[in-house]
Design a protein. Structure first.
Length: 639
């Protein structure tokens, strides 16, 4: 049969065998991870593309506590026209992960260091991690006739000896962690790589709609590596065998040739009976659901409606940080999150920066809270038509009043389960914001859950005063604390959000307690199911216009001076509450993301293709914004 790649790669990609081979594994993973239920059956527990390299990703697999990383090392077109991509496979263990014992001592220190998981999420930017945790090589070959082969190559035991031993510093002084000549690494690399390779091969088969037609397993004498202060050498080792497993799809898959010193342990071709050792592998089963055309959860017997979370909070409170953590948490538990985002003003931004492993729809040129509420219904309808998400998160602009959304959301009751209005509050500026802006007070009043964010560095007295002000506005919603929006959604919503949602104060409080200040709220709240319109019945909520707040869009005519831009941001008056956008700097090749809130700002490079390809603009939001923006723009343009 002729393989059909149209659901994985655009037709133009097949004209470039090198690029097609490099992109095929990631395309298969992305495709399958968009099919709720199917990815569960194939053992995926989440996937994330890396920000610094568009050919790299991290993924979790059922049964493994750590995170796998896949990154393209090299791609080329062979003499016969076959596209050939070589990919490095890493395994980043969790601190409690049993395989960690087999990694070098240096790797153990890396796992326990602060920021380890953040580095793992973008491992291509950290070559030291790649060297410490690489376990195998995955090759993808795509022939001119359309056949494809996927191979896994790794030693059954990856051995590294320390000629001089390894000393480590401890509280009791230096300690011999590895004796001279002993093994610093003894890892069952092939077995550790197999769960990922198995899920990858099954995903490719599902996406192509056919099982493999060829299989081969080879074994060859392996090596042990030995390092000292000045060298790193290899020597033959009888205790090591290099294993290679090849799978091929299509009538003429480009199976790689065996080397002269290689023993062919298993060889198989269709239509013979599958080898006993691999008879139960999931890559044979491609007829359980047609992954090429269906994103329908009902085909898997899944009938639950997606749960809707309205995520609100004043400008700069940290909603997007919380959202990123929420998506990662759900992805690791096989939850597919679809997102609708909106920014006040004419340009949306975060949709291009959050990533691509979940759906993002942007509602531009206005504010969800008022004039463009109709676009919200359209955006939600488009997502529910094309996808079957487990969660839909509506992240509103920081000036949105959720009261003005509820009537429209109620019209989607047959397609969504309303789960929560979650309000994020900026801890440092929360009291001032609540006192000054009616929109912020309404965001707190209407919340089912309140998250006081950015608590690091804030005094306990300040936090208690802020929480007291929030309780005055909403005596029922549980209050949690976080920094960087990092909090387990299970603490906010419980296990079953539809069953354990607390009533909001606007729906009528049943008691005056229930704030756990960072502890799980349990079942003390009234769990009556309320419809979204029950928060405010027929009332129009406060708007940012009534608070004297507006926005202005500036599109720089070209690159700006970074030092001048920083000085201008530092000099903005207190009435400017937010500056956000993408700009080109004269002294940098890549565009920079600008994020400003009163008292602080960041300019950080954007390396993702989606961000780099976007328009360049800054949106300024605040009071008397026309005058403030005029002064700001003049400073940036004139230096």
């Amino acid at each position: 049969m002729t393989l059909d790649y149209t659901n994985l790669l655009p037709p133009s990609a097949l004209a470039d065998p090198t690029g097609a081979a490099a992109g095929l594994p990631g395309a298969a993973l992305l495709r399958i991870n968009f099919v709720p239920g199917l990815r569960q059956r194939l053992n995926w527990r989440g996937m994330r593309e890396c920000a610094s390299a568009d050919d790299s990703l991290t993924a979790r697999v059922a049964g493994q506590a750590g995170v796998y990383g896949l990154s393209c090392l090299d791609s080329r077109t062979e003499d016969d026209g076959t596209g050939h991509a070589e990919l490095a496979l890493m395994y980043f263990p969790a601190p409690e992960d049993e395989p960690l014992d087999g990694f070098p001592v240096e790797a153990c220190f890396a796992v326990l260091a602060d920021g380890y998981l953040d580095r793992v999420r973008d491992f291509p930017a950290h070559p030291d991690l790649c060297g410490l945790f690489r376990i195998a090589r995955v090759d993808c070959l795509l022939s001119p006739t359309g056949g494809v082969a996927l191979t896994l190559a790794a030693p059954d035991r990856a051995l590294i000896a320390a000629r001089d031993g390894v000393m480590v510093d401890t509280a009791e002084g230096p300690r011999q962690a590895v004796a001279p000549g002993d093994l610093d690494k003894d890892l069952p690399a092939f077995d550790l790589a197999m769960p990922f390779f198995t899920a990858l091969a099954a995903s490719l088969g599902q996406a192509l709609g056919t099982p493999p037609a060829r299989l081969a397993r080879h074994a060859a004498p392996g090596l042990k590596w030995v390092y000292g202060a000045e060298d790193f050498t290899a020597e033959p080792c009888d205790a090591v065998r290099d294993i290679r497993l090849d799978l091929g799809w299509g009538p003429e898959p480009p199976m790689p040739a065996a080397h002269d010193d290689t023993d062919t342990v298993v060889t198989w071709s269709a239509p013979d009976e599958a080898p006993a050792e691999y008879a139960g592998a999931p890559w044979w089963r491609t007829d359980e659901i047609d992954a090429r055309y269906s994103l329908d959860k009902t085909a898997l017997g899944i009938t639950d409606l997606p749960k809707l979370i309205v995520l609100t909070g004043f400008l700069g409170s940290g909603k997007t940080s919380f959202l990123g953590n929420f998506v990662e948490y759900q992805a690791a538990r096989n939850g597919f999150v679809a997102i609708v985002q909106n920014e006040i003003g004419e340009k949306g931004l975060d949709g291009s920066l959050l990533g691509q492993h979940y759906a993002v729809a942007e509602v531009d040129e206005g504010c969800v809270c008022c004039t463009l509420a109709g676009s919200l219904k359209m955006a939600l309808g488009d997502i529910l038509k094309d996808y079957q998400p487990d969660f839909v998160v509506l992240e509103t602009t920081g000036l949105a009043n959720p009261a003005n959304l509820l009537a429209e959301i109620s019209e989607l009751e047959e397609r969504l389960t309303f789960a929560s209005i979650t309000t994020v509050v900026d801890a440092p500026r929360g009291l001032e914001t609540l006192d000054r802006y009616g929109v912020a007070r309404d965001q707190a009043r209407l919340a089912d859950v309140i998250l006081v964010n950015k608590v690091t560095g804030q005094s306990e007295a300040h936090l208690q005063a802020l929480e007291a002000a929030l309780r005055d506005l909403n005596p029922v919603a549980p209050i949690h604390r976080s920094s960087y929006g990092d909090i387990s959604p299970a603490r906010l919503y419980g296990v079953n959000m539809a069953e354990q949602r607390p009533r909001s104060a606007a729906a009528g409080p049943t008691h005056g307690h229930g704030h756990d200040h960072g502890h799980e709220h349990g079942h003390a709240h009234d769990h009556a199911h309320h419809q979204p319109h029950a928060h405010i019945h027929g009332a129009r909520g406060h708007t940012h216009g009534e608070d004297g707040l507006s926005s202005l869009l500036w599109e720089p005519p070209g690159p700006v001076n970074g030092k001048v831009l920083r000085r201008a941001l530092s000099a903005l008056p207190p009435g400017v509450l937010r500056v956000k956008g993408l700009v080109d700097l004269k002294e940098a090749e890549e565009p920079h993301l600008c994020q400003y809130v009163p008292g602080s700002f960041t300019l950080s490079p954007v390396t993702s293709p989606e961000g780099a390809a976007g328009e360049r603009f800054l949106v300024l939001i605040g009071e008397n914004i026309d005058n403030a923006a005029r002064v700001f723009i003049r400073k940036v343009e004139n230096g």
